[in-house]
Design a protein around this ligand. Structure first.
Ligand code: ADP
Ligand code: MG
Length: 253
């Protein structure tokens, strides 16, 4: 089976002003279809730089990258944009939704740039399916300001899924959310992963990383640890436990 991600001795050097910043150093890494990986590490350790390369938003200075079997290391920006549109869904910390358009219109947006010719009806149906996948079917016509932070992030996840990507990337997707909402969002990612979607996520919180299946730790641009998650948490159980605890508090005299 070919891996979804295969990178070999990847380097990224930023030339900003007088100094060169070596943000990613000789990173090699492979992820198979169906994996759910957390990338951890201190601020400045190169996590976002690596994610941007994995997401075809940026190119490595050196090294090779095969995405879903295709060598993308040498592609120019235009070709990268095409690959990105076909193969990658990206979720960010800030939800990056258009505020004047409804949830479903936000989700439809990537399909407007897709090469696949779709009728407006097909776009709408597909967007609705994506919203249903993240449990937001009933909120399709709401605008972002009528939705909670967690619901907005669900819309962003639905949008990332619309072009049926081979790989879902998320850079600190729970960074703006409270603990309970973060667990709910991790539950959404777990459900998507259970359906076979490959996910790579950056988080600096160990509690959040424990909902994934594998943890990679970066330091000073290098991968220093790469291990399966020993005791995986299940978001649905955790939410049920929290809800039960809140019910007890409410019942207390
Ligand atoms: P993390 O996401 O782990 O916080 P980053 O990948 O954002 O780390 O940054 C890694 C290093 O690269 C840092 O030293 C950061 O200052 C530097 N860096 C990131 N992006 C740029 C850029 N566009 N230009 C110059 N330096 C950058
Ligand atoms: Mg970062």
């Amino acid at each position: 089976m070919k891996p979804i991600i295969q990178i070999e001795r990847l380097d990224k050097i930023y030339h900003s002003g007088e100094v060169d910043v070596h943000a990613v150093r000789e990173v090699s890494f492979t992820a198979q279809a169906g994996e759910f990986v957390a990338i951890m590490g201190a601020s400045g350790s190169g996590k976002s730089t690596l994610m941007n390369i994995l997401g075809c938003l940026d190119r490595p200075t050196r090294g090779r990258y095969w995405l879903d079997g295709e060598d993308v290391s040498g592609l120019d920006r235009n070709r990268l944009a095409v690959i990105r549109n076909q193969k990658i869904g990206f979720v960010f910390q800030g939800f990056n939704l258009l505020s004047r358009t409804s949830a479903i219109e936000n989700v439809e947006l990537p399909m407007l740039y897709s090469r696949e010719p779709l009728t407006s009806r097909e776009r709408r149906d597909r967007a609705m399916k994506s919203l249903e996948l993240v449990g937001l079917g009933a909120r399709a016509s709401h605008h972002p300001n009528q939705l909670s932070g967690g619901q907005q992030q669900r819309v962003a996840i639905a949008r990332a899924l619309t072009n049926r990507p081979a790989l879902l990337l998320a850079d600190e997707p729970t960074g703006n959310l409270d603990t309970r909402t973060s667990i709910e969002i991790m539950g959404v990612f777990q459900q998507l992963n259970d359906q076979g979607i490959t996910i790579v996520m950056v988080t600096h919180e160990l509690d959040i990383a424990r909902y994934t299946r594998r943890t990679v730790v970066m330091r000073d641009g290098r991968i220093v640890t790469d291990l399966p998650v020993a005791e995986r948490l299940h978001a649905a159980q955790e939410i049920a436990r929290l809800t039960a605890a809140e019910a007890v508090i409410k019942l207390a005299p």
